[in-house]
Design a protein around this ligand. Structure first.
Ligand code: CO8
Length: 261
């Protein structure tokens, strides 16, 4: 595979794409070259038919301590607006159809928290720290934090977090439902994410894609339209080979061999 300056990329289990942010000297601060590499690695996994789910993690000390402040500090409005600063970030979620699990150990602050929240499933280690400290720098979240955090933990808690810049502990993130699970060690967090990705990758990629799309619709649509959307997609899956394979296997007490068609 490709080699990257700021990422370690591998496939530790069948069907699992694994990306580790690797810019330790800056606590994985998300400089533009790192984001471009991340886009490229995610795109490669998106097109690789052998990959069913992707895990994104950082180090034990930091998932990512935010956008690169040193890179941003002299940015002007006209350069930010004129060159669509962080436009490359919005790509990260919209093009990715395969499930992304973010495994967070250590700091996930600012853009790091926003990147973690772009995961379809978020897991946390015991020392994970979430927060949107942008207010302390004279700005606000810029990669979806004000929207995704609010959807995840509700307006009162999100407003308090974003206006104070205070951090959210792993325990609190678990209790508030920001993350799906809190693990007892960083290794368990990363391995738990890999195990979940492996499980997802063992299912029909068609069904997994449809399930992710249907759940995501709940974020944009009202209940009635959302349920209608779900029904259309559910009906549509009866046109897939994998529906026949999956249900026949059940009836014959065999395990299914997915065609991904
Ligand atoms: N950007 C650039 N460098 C960073 C960043 C960062 N976000 N975070 C840490 N670093 C660097 C430090 O400058 C330091 O470098 P050096 O050794 O050269 O001095 C190195 O990483 C280690 O950091 P510290 O010495 O500070 O480590 P500590 O353990 O003392 O503190 C903290 C860790 C608490 C995480 C501290 O580093 C910190 O507060 N970092 C900044 C956190 C922050 O404010 N993040 C939000 C940034 S703004 C943002 O993300 C806006 C998002 C907008 C959308 C995305 C746009 C791209």
């Amino acid at each position: 595979g490709k080699t990257y300056e700021h990422l370690l990329v591998s496939s530790p289990k069948p069907g699992v794409g694994f990306i580790q942010l690797n810019r330790p000297k800056a606590l994985n601060a998300l400089c533009t070259p790192l984001i471009l590499e991340l886009n490229s690695a995610l795109r490669d996994f998106q097109t690789d038919k052998s990959i069913g789910a992707i895990v994104l993690t950082g180090s034990d000390r930091a998932f990512a301590a935010g956008a690169d402040i040193k890179e941003m500090k002299d940015l002007t409005f006209s350069a930010a607006y004129g060159n669509d600063f962080i436009e490359s970030w919005s790509d990260l979620v919209t093009f990715l159809k395969k499930p992304l699990i973010t495994a967070v150990n250590g700091y996930a602050l600012g853009g790091g928290c926003e990147l973690a929240m772009m995961g379809d499933i978020m897991y946390a280690g015991p020392k994970a720290v979430f927060g949107q400290p942008e207010i302390k720098l004279g700005v606000i979240p810029g990669a979806g934090g004000s929207q995704r955090l609010t959807k995840a933990i509700g307006k009162a808690r999100a407003m308090e977090t974003i206006l104070t810049g205070d951090n959210i502990s792993a325990k609190q993130a678990g209790e508030w439902g920001l993350v799906a699970k809190v693990f007892e060690t960083p290794e368990e967090c990363t391995n738990g994410a890999i195990a979940t990705a492996e499980k997802i990758a063992s299912y029909s990629q068609i069904a997994v894609k449809a399930a992710k799309e249907a759940v995501n619709k709940s974020q944009d649509l009202g209940i009635r339209e959302g349920v209608e959307f779900e029904r259309r997609v559910f009906h549509g899956l009866f046109g897939s080979k994998d529906q026949k394979i999956g249900m026949a296997a059940f009836a014959e007490k065999k395990s299914p061999e997915w065609s991904n068609e």
